[in-house]
Write a protein that binds this ligand. Structure first.
Ligand code: TXA
Ligand code: MG
Length: 550
């Protein structure tokens, strides 16, 4: 057991101490904005070899070289292409690692025998200060034992590496929480090898077209050639056996509770890794990792949550599936590896929420979805079905809005609308009375479509989130269009004047409200064919359902 110095990132002397240890060939765990890194002098073969032994890491998995200024890139690589400069200008310092052809001086052990090198300029102040104090570039993988979740807290690093390395520096919690995005610039096209804090969308805004390696969400066949060696290992493997459940929040909690109820008394305990809002609904030990629509929060909490899960001493856990877009793709990528690629869809179908503002073209898209084999439930139409308004509902409406809104058992809709919409409270009251009835009817329709074994059931719902129906959806598609396009559509379709169309759009949520919560966004500014071209691959992917059981 080695004597491990404990250092503080806010202490200037401790930064110098860390620099000196590294200069002399030692290892120091340092904070970065992504995860803690286990740093050594990248130009010192012997020091770097100790990283592999301390972590217990396979030696064919190359390391990232960390620098404190873009000007230090030159010495590490053969040449700096223009696209690398543009990426550096936009995203450095920050959670982006760029792979380029390596310079002569880079030791084999750093690059894992490849002719390329991965370089990153972290935004964390202490990390850059340590690089400056050491006066050399730092090779630094995540500061966890190989196979453990990456460390995002000082306590994680101490748990894994205390007594195994020269020093550990306390820099508090890591802000991003998942490792950097790794992009390779050595091939014909830029390729994302590992998703992270910088999203594909952000990279594309600088580079144009960006590809994504199939290893990002695909399982790599044994023995296959991989571009990023790190992707082939079963990573972040918690001791708990994980299974990702591809289902809506509602189906997820029902599934988990059914599992718990039917379990034999002496069977090994199960638990869950879920979103905050669903924690109270599950009757098994649970750890939560953020809000459903907040990928940034999920990323920052994920690795700590995985460690907490191990602390529960359960045999296996079901994981609520994150969105796979933006930083959510990084969350999903890490979860897939933690779960050794076990994903199930117990319901053997998706319920897809289709939403967006007025004039974005939802109805047209729902027609296209129907043509592609989806079953459609038009929630607006359901709200007008006579059998939603049963005797119980009618008498509640009468009590609230006057007995005369029902004549001979028939609802006078115009009169009801006039009374209910005349005040904000009236609108709330109307929703209170009718929403449960509409909800019940929609559930009935879903059940009927399930009996017919429909794999994709679409809820065309303008107020998907406000109504809470999103909890029934395992996928959400938002339709988006520019304001001017929407206004033109409303004008031609509904025969409104411009002022009325403006007013309608102003009364609705802004575009970002829908798109920030969506798994997929259809940009519907152009032709129907263009929208269909976006939709078709999405529907094809959703039709490939994971198995019902693990
Ligand atoms: O956020 C991060 O990147 C953190 C902090 C500490 O900076 N570091 C980190 O390092 O995640 P590590 O070693 O855990 O992951 C490095 C990843 C691995 O997937 C590795 O295979 C890949 O980068 N990599 C490194 N050099 C490469 C190269 N020349 N070609 C392809 N992939 C490379
Ligand atoms: Mg790692």
């Amino acid at each position: 057991m080695m004597n491990t110095l404990l250092l503080n990132a806010n202490n200037h002397e401790d930064i110098q101490t860390a620099g000196n240890i590294i200069k002399q060939g030692g290892l120091v765990a340092i904070p970065t904005e992504t995860v803690y890194g286990l740093a050594a002098n990248a130009l010192d073969e012997c020091a770097v070899s100790h990283i592999y032994t301390a972590k217990g890491r396979p030696a064919d998995n190359p390391l990232i070289v960390h620098i404190s200024q873009t000007s230090q890139l030159d010495a590490l690589v053969k040449e700096v292409p223009v696209c690398a400069i543009r990426l550096a200008e936009r995203f450095w310092p920050g959670p982006l690692t760029i792979i380029l052809r390596k310079a002569e001086g880079i030791p084999e052990i750093v690059s894992g025998g490849l002719d390329t090198v991965a370089v990153r300029l972290p935004s964390n102040q202490a990390a850059r200060a340590v690089i400056d104090a050491a006066g050399v570039p730092l090779a630094a993988p995540s500061a966890n034992l190989s196979g453990k979740p990456s460390p995002t807290k000082y306590a994680h690093v101490k748990a894994d590496l205390y007594g195994k390395i020269e020093a550990i520096m306390d820099g508090g919690d890591c802000a991003v929480g998942v490792e950097s995005t790794v992009i390779s610039l050595v091939g014909e096209h830029p390729v994302i090898l590992r998703p992270g804090g910088i999203t594909k969308h952000e990279l594309a805004s600088v580079l144009g077209e960006v590809q994504q390696d199939r290893a990002v969400i695909g399982k790599i066949p044994a023995g296959a050639q991989v571009r990023s060696p790190g992707m082939k290992y079963k990573h972040y493997a918690p001791e708990t056996e994980l299974t990702i459940v591809d289902a809506s929040p509602k189906d997820f909690t029902a599934f988990v509770n059914a599992q718990a109820d039917t379990q034999r008394r002496d069977a090994p305990a199960i638990g869950v890794l879920c979103f905050d809002a669903d924690r109270a609904a599950v009757r098994v030990p649970a750890v939560s990792y953020g809000k459903r629509y907040d990928g940034t929060e999920q990323a920052s909490r994920l690795f700590d949550a995985l460690r907490q899960l191990d602390g529960l001493r359960i045999k296996s856990a079901y994981v609520q599936i994150p969105a796979k877009n933006g930083i959510g793709l990084a969350v999903y990528n890490r979860l897939l590896r933690a779960a050794a690629f076990r994903v199930i869809n117990p319901m053997q179908r998706h319920i897809i929420g289709l939403t967006g503002g007025s004039g974005t073209g939802k109805t047209m898209l729902s027609e296209e979805m129907k043509a592609l084999g989806c079953a459609i439930i038009d929630c607006d139409a359901v709200s007008k079905l006579p059998d939603v308004y049963g005797p119980r509902c009618l008498s509640k409406l009468q009590a609230a809005f006057g007995a005369d809104i029902v004549e001979n058992g028939v609802l006078n809709r115009p009169l009801l609308a006039e009374r209910a919409f005349s005040t904000p409270e009236g609108k709330v009251k109307l929703n209170e009375i009718t929403h449960p009835e509409i909800y019940r009817k929609i559930l009935e329709l879903i059940a009927a479509l399930e009996r017919e074994r429909n794999k994709l059931i679409v809820l065309d719902a303008p107020t998907l989130f406000e109504s809470g129906f999103d909890r029934n959806c395992s996928r959400i598609i938002a339709v988006s269009a520019r304001r001017e396009v929407r206004i033109q559509r409303i004008l031609t379709r509904d025969g409104m004047d411009r002022a009325a169309a403006d007013k309608r759009i102003n009364a609705q949520m802004e575009d970002a409200y829908y798109t920030a919560r969506a798994d997929y966004i259809i940009h519907n500014d152009g032709s129907r064919a263009e929208a269909k071209a976006q939709l078709t691959p999405i529907i094809k992917t959703m039709l490939e359902l994971p198995p019902a059981k693990g």
